[in-house]
Design a protein. Structure first.
Length: 90
């Protein structure tokens, strides 16, 4: 569930990053959230679809024109988390 309410200064296309780098396996899908009012419905929808195995819901179109750097999450973790949680690198 990439939350796209405000643009991220770190990841320009969070929905695309999730689709290419986070989700995986049979039946995986990305369900972006564009407004706070969509959050509870999206959580419920995703849980129902995953538990029931009904992953053939409306496909989400995600722009695939630009390549995605899948190591971006690791670099951001090092930048934002490591100063506060150095034990993550052990």
């Amino acid at each position: 569930l990439p939350i796209l309410i405000r643009p991220s200064p770190s990841v320009s296309r969070l929905d695309r990053y999730y689709a290419d780098c986070v989700t995986g396996g049979a039946g995986s899908f990305v369900l972006p959230i564009y407004a706070a009012s969509e959050f509870s419905t999206a959580i419920r929808r995703k849980l129902i679809q995953e538990v029931s195995g009904l992953t053939d819901a409306r496909p989400m179109h995600i722009d695939d024109t630009a390549p995605v750097d899948c190591l971006l999450g690791e670099r951001l973790r090092r930048r934002f988390s490591d100063p506060y949680f150095p034990e993550l690198d052990r």
